[in-house]
Design a protein around this ligand. Structure first.
Ligand code: SPV
Ligand code: MG
Length: 431
């Protein structure tokens, strides 16, 4: 009997999958690969059913000879193990990022005379509805809120990008790239105080009020499913912070990061060029503990941000604060720096990890942007936040367009740089 292999990256079996199995059976015994959670989140979306359940679901299907675990999106190991005569897949992998997978399969099969079978991809009303239902589930507060904690157990480093609107949310949600056979996408979103304020033409001094910040969260949540980390600035008065925690938790936000400053907050990237006051360890610990005490679920995280390096108070102060904040209940710490060289951040992480192996570390490499995710992860960092790059790339592009329209007294000269009208109107999915 010939062997036919296919890989399913799904939490629900619909007629498209059954069609593939039906076709595959015509050629021989059917072997199905099931992607692990780790592989699935890199390539597709977060699974809504457990890995074990996905395996059982596929095992039960009529006509499946055996199920194997595929722990990478590329088929190398599976093909080496099974040596299939055929690999069958929907023809949606002929284009887009998935083409790299097909090309790799083609190369692997051609080494011993195996063949690819492309079957027409099934995308009818039923499949569309099933897909929409999964997305809806992923966006529900109770599913979204706990996702950051789940990601921390699954990813070497949780990649987070700043969003401040529905549109930037869509970029965070949908952008996926394939590079050298690896698929990459963002895991989470950061609602930056800097960019949320900037989008409103306001300074980053806790001027944009919480109601307005919540409105931004809502805009993002309406069109996305990925987890959200909220920049809570100083958290404000402890008496106010407890209400913020409750609201964020109810909305389905996964974490709030509060920084240990007090009084009029200025953006950290100003450093000591402006007057900024660091909170006392005791007072900031009280704020953290008060926040933890009002939480209703185990999912929500309060992450304490240490400003000692920004305010040039030294490494010892930063570490003392980190340990105190964890003791006060912080679920994670963020260490910030405005140096171009990442060495002080890495030194902090190494020193912290000597005594604390588990508390998640968050970093924001805006200034020390030469450091790679791999290096950060090797020094114990768990979450990396790209905190302002979307805003900083969009603004100059818009400004240049405005200047050129003024210069040429028409829009023709800028048109080649713009997204086609057809694309912008189809960017937003209709329900
Ligand atoms: C933000 O994005 O608002 C931050 C990070 O707080 S930073 O601007 O670097 O302080
Ligand atoms: Mg901020």
């Amino acid at each position: 009997m010939k062997k036919v292999y296919t890989c399913f990256c799904t939490d629900v079996i619909h007629e498209g999958h059954l069609n593939i199995i039906g076709e595959a059976r015509k050629y021989g015994d059917v072997y199905v690969g099931v992607l692990t959670d780790e592989a699935m989140i890199r390539f597709n979306r977060f699974p809504v059913v457990s890995f074990r359940e996905r395996i059982d679901m596929v095992k039960k299907l009529d006509g499946v000879k055996a199920v194997i675990v595929q722990d990478e999106i590329m088929y190398d190991k599976a093909i080496a193990e099974i040596k299939p005569d055929y690999v069958i897949h929907g023809d949606n992998w002929l284009n887009g990022p998935m083409k790299a997978i097909r090309d790799n399969v083609q190369k692997l099969l051609s080494a011993y005379g195996g063949k690819i079978i492309d079957v027409p991809y099934t995308y009818n009303e039923n499949v569309k509805r099933t897909d929409a239902r999964i997305k809806e589930k992923l966006s529900m507060p109770e599913y979204r809120r706990k996702r950051l904690k789940q990601l921390l157990t699954l990813c070497p480093i949780v990649k987070t990008i700043e969003v401040h609107s529905g549109l930037t949310g869509l970029i965070a949600e949908k952008t996926i790239v394939e590079h050298d056979g690896e698929f990459s996408q963002f895991d989470a979103m950061w609602i930056s105080s800097l960019c949320d304020s900037t989008a409103k033409g306001k300074p980053d001094i806790e001027l944009v009020d919480m109601t307005s910040r919540f409105r931004t969260i809502d805009d993002v949540m309406e069109v996305t499913t990925k987890p959200i980390i909220f920049d809570g600035d100083t958290g404000g008065l402890t008496e106010h912070f407890v209400y913020t925690v409750r609201s964020l938790e109810r909305m389905g936000v996964s974490a709030v990061i509060i920084e240990d400053k007090t009084g009029l907050k200025k953006n950290s990237l100003f450093g000591v060029d402006v007057e900024q006051t660091q909170d006392s360890i005791e007072h900031f610990c009280e704020k953290i503990t008060a926040g933890k005490n009002v939480q209703l679920t185990d999912d929500f995280m309060i992450i304490a941000r240490i400003e000692s390096l920004i305010l040039e108070r030294g490494m010892r102060d930063a570490l003392d604060r980190a340990f105190a904040y964890v003791k006060a209940g912080a679920d994670g710490i963020m260490i910030h720096s405005r140096k171009k060289d990442p060495s002080e951040i890495l030194e902090f992480c190494d020193a912290f990890r000597k005594s604390d192996k588990t508390t998640p570390i968050v970093v924001v490499p805006s200034s020390f942007n030469t450091v790679t995710e791999k290096e950060l992860s090797e020094h114990g960092v768990n979450i990396v936040i790209y905190a302002n790059q979307l805003t900083r790339s969009a603004y100059p592009a818009m400004e240049q367009t405005a200047k050129d329209i003024l210069k040429y007294h028409r829009a023709h000269e800028v048109d080649s740089r713009l997204m086609p009208i057809k694309d912008i109107i189809s960017l937003i999915e209709e329900l």
